[in-house]
Design a protein around this ligand. Structure first.
Ligand SMILES: Cc1ncc(COP(=O)(O)O)c(C=O)c1O
Length: 391
């Protein structure tokens, strides 16, 4: 069926990939350069250094020409051996996929479940580690911001639980939908491998992913026996010493990354986080005013990069999203796994300002009406009132 013609710009309000700013698009469109020439070496050295500030680390950050899933595999394959026990917190769909990957790689995951309405259960992590007196568990894996639920885990508290148990396990954290949107501190929180992707807070198209690596993780990589080749940190870090890569890098995406990092630094990371916090709060006020339920049931775990909204029983979130796409040219995130058709997800991350948020919420409100989802009017007004009072 031919799609209705829409004037005006499409609203890409899924929780990533996010809207790519014009400055980044302009940077990417420059001619591809020789990735073994001197200009590339200078770009690489500069970028690899600047990137550390985004992860808040003094250590190395590895860049892969791959989606986030690749960086998940790199984290596990570089540090672990066949049969290693790993403690994984199943906070939602993405944590579930990471666990399935761990199984496929021949690891032995122990699962700590949640009801997908909150972040990782820190107490349960502490208990599992305290019981593991033989130190069989080699890594604790947590998704910082569960993109499927809009629930964020408290990485500082996970670190404290590991320390309280006196356990030597590595801490691996997926920040694919939180890095450069929500406060994150690789070094201060004692994270050993941070996994990240280009297509969300970093405001780039999909295609790059990252591992920030601690000294402890580098030491583990020397002992680890899972097969690794493409993902191996060692040739990557050796080439990175002079700004180069062991294979062809995503040259044009790196131009874009350079520009995106410059933009984040111009705004100031703390301001970037405050902007996301403020937009998330405005969104939650709109949802409450509509009389709808936020998927995250624990306010301490609210995500600042997206809000998942439950539709009333008997109604279809997918039908609502289809109406909003067709009538208002806006894409919203779908429900994943057990939340299929039960929630829609509003992405409010990346290159995003007050008026885009009001447009987004206006589109949701008109869609609720068009799809006959029971709700109260004036949710968008509640967001306007909040934003205007907190400019
Ligand atoms: C939290 C999280 N982890 C992992 C992934 C998988 O990343 P990718 O789809 O880039 O491979 C995603 C994708 O949205 C994600 O949101």
């Amino acid at each position: 069926m031919p799609q209705t013609y829409h004037a005006g710009r499409h609203f890409l309000q899924i929780p990533g990939p996010t809207n790519v700013p014009d400055r980044v698009l302009r940077a990417i469109e420059r001619p591809t350069m020789d990735h073994r020439g001197p200009a590339f070496g200078r770009l690489g050295l500069d970028l690899l250094k600047k990137l550390r500030a985004i992860f808040k680390t003094q250590g190395p950050v590895v860049i892969y020409p791959a989606s986030g899933t690749g960086a998940w595999e790199a984290a596990l394959a570089n540090t672990l051996s066949p049969g290693d026990a790993v403690l994984m917190c199943r906070t939602g769909w993405f944590a579930t996929l990471w666990r399935e990957m761990a199984e496929r790689l021949g690891l032995d995951p122990t699962i700590i479940d949640t009801d997908w309405r909150r972040g990782a259960d820190v107490e349960a992590i502490g208990e599992a580690l305290a019981k593991d007196t033989a130190h069989r568990i080699k890594a604790v894996c947590v998704v910082h911001n569960e993109t499927s639920t809009g629930c964020a885990s408290r990485i500082d508290e996970v670190r404290a639980a590991i320390d309280a148990a006196g356990h030597p396990a590595l801490l691996m954290v997926d920040t694919i939908s939180s890095l450069a949107s929500m406060d994150y501190r690789h070094d201060e929180w004692g994270v050993d491998v941070t996994v990240a992707g280009s297509q969300k807070g970093l405001m780039l198209p999909p295609g790059l992913s990252f591992n920030a690596v601690s000294a402890k993780a580098l030491a583990a990589a020397e002992r680890a026996r899972l097969p690794r080749s493409y993902w191996d940190w060692r040739p990557m870090l050796a080439a990175n010493e002079t700004g180069y890569f062991p294979y062809t890098p995503g040259t044009n995406l790196l131009y874009g990354l350079n520009e995106a990092v410059a933009m984040l630094m111009e705004e100031g990371l703390e301001n970037v986080f405050a902007r996301h916090d403020r937009h998330a709060e405005a969104t939650r006020r709109a949802v409450r005013a509509w009389g709808l339920e936020i998927q995250c049931a624990e306010p301490r775990h609210y995500s600042s990069s997206l809000t998942a909204v439950r539709v009333p029983d008997g109604h279809s979130a997918d039908a609502l999203r289809a109406v909003i796409l067709e009538k208002f040219n806006m894409s919203l995130g779908n429900g994943l796994g057990i939340l299929k058709d039960r929630v829609f997800r509003i992405g409010h991350l990346g290159d995003f300002g007050d008026l885009q948020l009001i447009g987004t919420l206006g589109g949701v409100e008109m869609g609720l009406r068009a799809a006959a989802i029971p709700h109260q009017p004036r949710g968008t007004q509640a967001a306007i009132d909040y934003l205007a009072g907190n400019a």
